[in-house]
Design a protein around this ligand. Structure first.
Ligand SMILES: *[C@@H]1O[C@H](CO)[C@@H](O)[C@H](O)[C@H]1NC(C)=O
Length: 261
């Protein structure tokens, strides 16, 4: 059961992410080190949890035990919070009334990677949601204006996505860069692509069978700079990849600015 459209924040940008219940294993969220991430957790009943109890924990790893990330019991109770999460985690007070117990973790470190659970011990039936967080060294792709750039996105499982769905977006989902849906995409049949990307983006059809959903953007513009996400919402374990594209101006300008520093 997939709950669509939960928020995921990276830096100051909010990105559309996805989560799911416990049946298919945890949803995977990939985020760059240092960025801010929202771990989504919403009751499908949308019941008010302002006066309820929920606790976020991080599963034991190697030589470390389970950690308490965030506890809410009719209010924030951070007495048992693990040291490493102090001052970095917050909830969304005004979303509690809609059954949304999502949290934000700021300044993510590589060691924040792991399995998180969001647990409602007093609900009948009890409910737990799982998220696999993967914090990665920041991925930045730099390219010059007016060139072509391949934005890489490949599933480690290499599973065939030819008859699947993947969605490339920019700036927190505000802009639709490229959508592929079972053979249809923005260059044939689908509508909704942001104006600025029309006619400039293609995928690699032959690569899809290896789980490679990379795209190429031609004639890059300075305004193409931003955070891109490549999302596979329909996989057994939905996955989203993020990275930054930095389109720099022509080399002369770069040299001049280098000389000035
Ligand atoms: C995916 O396909 C692109 C375009 O052919 C290629 O540049 C890239 O290396 C491929 N990635 C992987 C992991 O095979």
């Amino acid at each position: 059961m997939i709950h669509l459209v939960d928020l995921l924040c990276l830096s100051l940008l909010c990105l559309t992410g996805k989560t799911l219940g416990d049946k298919n294993g945890p949803a995977v969220i990939n985020v760059d080190r240092g960025a801010e991430v929202v771990l989504p957790c919403s009751l499908s009943t949308k019941e008010d949890i302002e006066l309820k109890l929920f606790v976020w924990r991080k599963a034991p790893q190697k030589d470390e035990g389970q950690k308490e990330v965030f506890l809410y019991d009719k209010g924030i109770d951070n007495r048992g919070q693990s040291e490493e999460f102090k001052g970095r985690v917050s909830h969304f007070q005004d979303k509690l009334k809609h059954g949304d117990a999502s949290i934000t973790i700021r300044n993510t470190t590589l060691s924040d990677s792991g399995e998180y659970s969001c647990y409602f011990p007093r609900l009948q039936p009890r409910q737990t949601f799982y998220i696999q967080l993967v914090v990665e060294p920041s991925k930045v792709i730099k390219v010059e204006e007016d060139s072509d750039v391949v934005l890489p996105c490949s599933l480690s499982t290499k599973e065939d996505v030819t008859s699947g769905l993947f969605d490339w977006r920019k700036d927190g989902g505000l802009k639709e860069v490229f959508l592929y849906d079972r053979g249809f995409h923005y260059n044939i049949g689908l509508v909704g692509q942001s104006e600025e990307f029309k006619g400039r983006v293609s995928h690699f059809q032959d690569e899809l069978k290896h789980g490679n959903a990379s795209i190429i953007i031609r004639n890059t513009k300075i305004s193409d700079s931003g955070v891109y996400s490549c999302d596979f919402p329909e996989l057994q374990k939905p996955q989203t990849f993020y990275f930054k594209l930095v389109v720099g101006s022509a080399p002369e300008t770069n040299e001049r600015s280098l000389m000035m520093t």
